[in-house]
Write a protein of this length. Structure first.
Lengths: 518, 434
């Protein structure tokens, strides 16, 4: 019956021209500042720390203090944030941050990455935090941390964290080849055991736990910056529960690939239920899909060229020099049921062979799976020097907005004002007790157009993460079905939901509607 | 000296200054070694530094060292002015004492900064650190007037060399060396792009062959033609492609190791010219060579290899031949996959081979033939050292590595080596000493 209803609700896709409006929104009181040690980084975390369901923001400042902003936007905009000064969060030397509920108390915590000691901040509510390194046994180290990911391994009620570290910043004349160890922090009761070194380490700028073959266990992908490693390559670690990590090798099918790895974005864009991975770099971004899904080997082929997502040089302006890409994220900004791709661009600095005026990309996925550049028409082709960012529905109007964190300039935020966008639905999966946000789950939404799977993860991007509502565009569909494959493989039932609504999803229960308080 | 000892010697070069006695000046060989270690890194980490561009930088840095030391009227070296193509007499030294290490350090600092002005923030930071450390060490050990006079003269020599370099045609590299557009092939024999990287849909540096060579005009170094293009299975051209395909299908671990050892991909290695410079530096360190020996070896090697690239690139765009991966997939085996990354430019002749032939000729001239050595250039990247009985053996292995890698036909290798030896021979006629 549901299938029939879905078929009846299908019609031709709306022809929406996506538009965005730049807004000050109260975020222009700081920059991502600093010199050489902050040439990478510049991330942001979007998550609800105030308890009203709206995504609040924590933005890295580099040599300036990081900044916490409470989201005061009304539903439908305009976007508005209020700075919330607090010694606990106004940390210096922050490169980026990721939200996650470490202790499962229902209040989101924050992993703050720094040049120096990393800090875990325990959420207290009302966007207040306290340092928790000591109470959770977390060793913050003294590295230059540029990547983070988290997962709840099978049988664990405490997360496993991974950090990616960059070069030895004290090496002046010969920093090349000085990549410092990445770390894996596993649970020890309600805290963390001493970290394991993930060696060899090759200067990652983005990492993520991802269940690339949908076998119920996430592995750890690392996109590494070839500028600094020697003998390195892209990496993926198998993280078997209770066992030591194991690096995938060419014998396993892992291809030898070296790039200036800066960011990872992941989404199934081919419709086979398996995630594709967009890897940002300089002049040559990659878009990977499993070469032979039936083989079950981690052998990824590059489909960037044929998909139209090479994004290798500025698409606007007068520059011909190649681009430098950082944060990337898939979101369906026009709600047509096809995830689009946003890429933050910006010169490293002092790199005259690469574009200085390097506009960000908004690559709209077409029905055939290819992508078309649309950022100029959409009004988001900023020429500022971007690094990190977040795409999230900041005003909970069903349309995904865009935040860019810029080096030496204020962040930019664009309110999605697309008229005639497709329908949408948003979900927040919730587990009782540990792993409240169901990290490692897959949310699948089914309409007549097919199934859209989304992996629920903490990590990826360029030192930027989001947690909260997971957005799906539905095109013309007014209803859809949803199910969750909960962490480690237990699939829930397909259940009907209505377009234009927010739902909380819990195991064994019907979706519970949620309404924004303002 | 074993490879580990030699490796440690090289590694120790850049930290030499940390252990420098308070009153010791920086010897010129040490200044040259320190700067070259940095140059090798900058070649790897500066995006415009494809092999031809790298060869140019190595040449001018080497000539700078030679000229900086050759202005010492009591030193052993002779200026290259009047011998290298277009290089006129440089500045003379002012009256008063000079320190050879301080002169060559100041000269190399200027030339290296100019050559790598486009390197990124990490490279700039490294340049600052290197210059600061070497300059502070010199100033701490020398009377102020000697330090100042030496530095001023070094800078003047570098300015002279850079003025010469400016007009050679290779000073500006746009878009990482790739033109904005390229002609569509009209013949089946012509090169076509071999990668899905957008930038590489046009070939690298098609005008490089027009650059001014370092050797003065003289005898030609002709390149024999490759077998005529043919799609006939009985043709010599087919046979060459079939050989590449057969080697790929039966590749031994040793052949694979050779292919990887000499791969020297741009931005992932010191590049092929840097590989030969690395070999020379290892030998010079092993032998405890002085500054003058360093300078003459690096100047001649640098110029010979740079000319090899100019000549090779001229031929490549004259012949405009398609790569094995293109031909083999079209006519023999659509599943063929070259072991190495196929470089984004025409096939004939092999750049590795021409430049290795040139390096072989110069190094055999300077060090003797046969001359056994061990090469641990890629130790940092985890590749084991390889040993060679002679420079010829190394050059031939570098050449054949491209066939093992599936990116060149045999003719490009064998004819390229011969052309390179001829080009290198031009530089064995240059006098570097009084």
């Amino acid at each position: 019956m549901i299938r029939l209803a879905l078929m009846l609700s299908a019609a031709t896709a709306p022809a929406a021209a996506q538009t965005f409006a730049p807004q000050q929104a109260g975020l222009d009181d700081g920059t991502y500042a600093g010199g050489w040690q902050f040439m990478v980084g510049g991330g942001a975390a979007a998550f609800d720390c105030s308890g009203d369901g709206f995504p609040d923001l924590y933005i890295a400042g580099g040599a300036e203090p990081a900044r916490m902003y409470v989201n005061e936007s009304p539903s439908g905009g305009p976007l508005a944030f209020r700075r919330l000064p607090d010694a606990a969060t106004d940390l210096n030397d922050v490169t980026g941050a990721y939200p996650l509920d470490v202790d499962g108390d229902g209040i989101t915590d924050l992993a703050v990455l720094r040049v120096g000691e990393n800090v875990l901040l325990r959420g207290l509510g009302d966007c207040r935090f306290e340092r928790a390194n000591e109470v959770w046994g977390f060793t913050g180290g003294d590295g230059w941390t540029t990547a983070f990911a988290a997962i709840w391994e099978a049988g664990q009620d405490w997360p496993t964290l991974a950090t990616g570290d960059y070069v030895d910043r004290r090496e002046e004349a010969f920093p090349w080849g000085s990549c410092t160890p990445n770390h894996l922090f596993r649970a020890d009761g309600r805290g963390f055991a001493p970290p394991l070194d993930l060696l060899p380490s090759h200067c990652p700028l983005s990492i993520m736990f991802t269940d690339w073959n949908r076998d119920g266990t996430a592995d750890l992908r690392m996109s590494n910056d070839r500028e600094y490693y020697k003998g390195g390559q892209e990496q993926m670690w198998a993280i078997p529960p209770g066992q030591p990590p194991r690096l995938y090798t060419q014998e396993d099918g892992w291809r030898y690939l070296r790039l200036w790895g800066m960011g990872i974005a992941s989404r199934d864009t081919t419709g086979d239920g398996l995630p594709e991975y967009f890897l940002t770099s300089m002049a040559d971004n990659k878009f990977q899909t499993l070469a032979d899904p039936a083989a079950g080997r981690p052998d990824f082929a590059d489909i960037a060229f044929r998909s139209g997502v090479t994004a290798h040089r500025p698409h606007a302006g007068d520059e011909f020099r190649p681009s430098t890409a950082w944060h990337a994220q898939f979101e369906d900004v026009d709600n047509d049921g096809h995830a689009d791709l946003w890429v933050a661009k910006g010169n490293v600095a002092q790199m005259p062979d690469f574009a200085i005026l390097d506009p960000n990309n908004l690559l709209m996925q077409q029905a055939d799976g290819t992508f078309a550049e649309a950022s100029v028409a959409a009004g988001v082709a900023s020429m500022r020097t971007a690094r990190g960012g977040v795409l999230a529905d900041f005003d909970l109007d069903g349309r995904v907005d865009i935040l860019a964190v810029n080096r030496w300039e204020a962040p930019e935020i664009w309110h999605n004002t697309t008229e005639g966008a497709g329908n949408w639905v948003q979900f927040r999966p919730e587990l009782p007790g540990a792993n409240r946000d169901a990290i490692g789950a897959w949310i699948e939404v089914r309409t007549e157009a097919g199934v859209q799977p989304r992996e629920v993860f903490v990590g990826a991007g360029h030192v930027s993460g989001h947690l909260g509502w997971w957005h799906f565009g539905l095109g013309p569909a007014e209803r859809a079905e949803v199910r969750v494959i909960w962490p480690h493989g237990q699939a829930g039932d397909w259940q009907e939901v209505t377009a234009g609504k927010f739902y909380v999803l819990r195991p064994g229960a019907a979706p519970v509607g949620w309404t924004a308080p303002r | 000296m074993g490879p580990l000892v030699r490796k440690l010697t090289l590694r120790a070069a850049a930290v030499f200054l940390l252990a420098l006695p308070a009153q010791a000046a920086v010897p010129p060989d040490q200044a040259i070694r320190d700067w070259y270690r940095l140059v090798i890194e900058l070649v790897r980490h500066t995006p415009t530094y494809s092999p031809p561009v790298a060869s140019r930088a190595f040449a001018y840095v080497g000539v700078t060292a030679q000229e900086a030391l050759a202005t010492d009227p009591e030193g052993p070296l002779l200026s290259l002015a009047g011998q290298a193509n277009g290089l006129g007499p440089g500045p003379a030294r002012d009256p008063g004492a000079h320190d050879a290490g301080a002169v060559v350090n100041a000269a190399l600092a200027v030339t290296v900064r100019a050559m790598f002005a486009n390197t990124g923030p990490t490279g700039q930071r490294a340049l600052d650190a290197m210059e600061r450390r070497l300059t502070e060490a010199a100033e701490a050990a020398l009377p102020p007037d000697v330090a100042a006079r030496s530095a001023a003269h070094g800078r003047a020599v570098a300015a002279h060399v850079l003025a010469w370099a400016e007009g050679d045609g290779g000073a500006v590299v746009d878009n990482l060396g790739f033109p904005e557009a390229w002609r569509a092939p009209v013949e089946p024999s012509q090169w076509v792009p071999t990668s899905a990287i957008p930038l590489q849909q046009a070939p690298l540096l098609p005008e490089w062959g027009r650059n001014r060579p370092f050797a003065k005009p003289g005898s030609d170094c002709p390149l024999p033609p490759h077998p005529p293009y043919s799609e006939d299975p009985g043709s010599a051209f087919w046979a060459e492609a079939a050989e590449v395909h057969a080697v790929w299908r039966t590749l031994t671990p040793e052949q694979g190791a050779i292919a990887q050892f000499w791969a020297d991909d741009a931005m992932l290695s010191p590049t092929p010219p840097g590989h030969w410079v690395s070999i020379a530096l290892q030998i010079l360190a092993r032998d405890g060579a002085d500054g003058a020996r360093h300078a003459e070896v690096l100047a001649l090697l640098g110029m010979a290899v740079a000319d090899a690239f100019i000549a090779c690139w001229d031929e490549k765009y004259d012949h405009d031949l398609l790569r094995p991966v293109t031909y083999i997939r079209r006519h023999i085996d659509p599943k063929f996959q070259s072991v190495l990354i196929t470089p984004p430019f025409p096939e004939y002749p092999s750049g590795h081979s021409v430049q290795s032939g040139a390096a072989e000729a110069v190094l055999a001239h300077l060090f003797g033939d046969p001359f056994a050595f061990e090469d641990d250039t890629h130790a940092d990247d985890g590749l084991p050292a390889r040993t060679f009985a002679s420079f010829r053996e190394a050059a031939e292995e570098a050449g054949i590595s491209r066939l093992y890698g599936g990116i060149h036909y045999r003719a490009a290798i064998e004819n390229g080596l011969e052309q390179g030896r001829c080009i290198g021979g031009r530089f064995t006629q240059i006098r570097t000493r009084r």
